[in-house]
Write a protein that binds this ligand. Sequence first.
Ligand SMILES: *Cc1c(COP(=O)(O)O)cnc(C)c1O
Length: 400
Amino acid sequence: MLSKEKLAIHGGIPVRDAYLPYGTQWIDNEDINAVINVLNSDYLTTGPKIAEFEKEVANYTGAKYAVSFSNGTAALHGACFAAGIKEGDEVITTPMTFAASANCILYQGAKPIFADINPDNYNVSPKSIENLITKKTKAIIAVDFAGQPSDLDHILTIAQEHNLIVIEDAAHSLGATYKESKIGSRCDMTMFSFHPVKHITTGEGGMITTNDKEFRDRLIQFRNHGITRDRSRFKEEHGPWYYEMQLLGYNYRMTDFQAALGLSQLKKLDNFIKRRKEIASMYSKAFENIEQIRIPVNCKESQSSWHLYVIRLNQEKLTVNRKEIFEALVSENIGVNVHYIPVYYHPYYHEIGYKKGLCPNSEKLYEEIITLPLFPKMSEKDIFDVIKAVKKVISFYSND
Ligand SMILES: *Cc1c(COP(=O)(O)O)cnc(C)c1O
C-alpha cells in the first residue's frame, strides 16, 4: 500500500508539514534561571560554578578529576597536549568521526593515522589499530560512535603492550556504560562535548575526565595560557602579583554561566538518555524486519547512550542509492544527516597527503548510512512521522 503513495519528492504530500531537525537541545525554565542567577552574581567566568560542574561530572562518570574547556575540540587539544603528543609522533584514530577527533592531533604537530572500523558497530577495530602501530605511535584516540562504547578493554590492552596513551572521544557517549561502569574513568583521559546536539549542553563546552593528577594539572594550565599561580612550581619569585606562564597554552576556559547551565542539564541527563533509548527501540522495532535497512546493533558488554540512530541501507534491495533516499526523506520534512564523511576525505586532509582507499570498511559504510532524528524532546508524533517516512521512502524504492 505504501509503495503506491507518491513521495513528496515526486510531488506527493510530505509526511510532515514542518521540518524535524536531527537533533536539538532541551532547555527548560530551571536551566534558564540557573544561567540568570550567575549573570546576577560576581563571577562570570572561572567562578564557583566551574568547580561545581567539574565535581559533578567527575562524580557522574566515576573519574577522580574533571577539567572543563570552552568546547569539546579544545578539550581534545588539551588531552593531546597533556599526553605529550608532539611533532614526529603518530596517533591512531578512526575516520568515522567528526574532524575534531583528528584535527587535535594536527594541532600538536603530530600525524593522525586512520585505523579502519569494525563493520558490526562502526567503532574503530582493535585489530586494525594493532596493525598500524610503529615506533612513532604515541597514543590512540578511540571514538564511541553514536554513543556505543568502543572495545575499550581490547584497546587498553594493546596500548599497555606498546606503552601508548588512550584518549577516549566520548562526545557521543556521556552516560553510556561499558562492562557495568559509566564511560569516563577507564581510559587515560575521556573527552565530553556539550554542544547543543549532544546529551547535555552548555551552548559550547567540553570536559576531560581523568584519574591522573598529572594530566589534570597539565590540562588546567593548558586551558589558561600555560599560566600557573602555584608558588611551589615557580621558577622565580617577584612578589605578591607574580604568576608564571611556563608553557604555551590557550584561553580555552568555560564561563561560569555555561557551567551553571551544565549543572542544571546534568540533573536531567538520565531522563534524557532513557528517552533516547525508548526512541531508539521504537525505531529498531519498526525497522527490524525491513530487509532494505540494517538497524544499529548493541554490543553485549555495553549500553549505548544513543546519541545517534544510524541506519545502513542494503543497496542490493534498493533501486536507488543513499543520495536519493536521503533527498526523499528531506522532502518528507525529516531532518536526516550523515555521520560521518571519513575525515581523510576532506580537502584539507587530501592537501596534506591523505588519499582515498585507506579504510575500505569506513568508506563503504559512508556510502550507505543515514542518521535519523533522535533527541529527547521528540514527541510520539515526531517518532511515528520518522517511521512512516522511512517506510514510505524505502518501500517506494524497494526492488521487490
Ligand atoms: C561534537 C564532537 C566533537 C567536538 O565537540 P565540540 O564541543 O563541538 O567542539 C568531537 N568529537 C566528536 C565525535 C563529536 O561528535
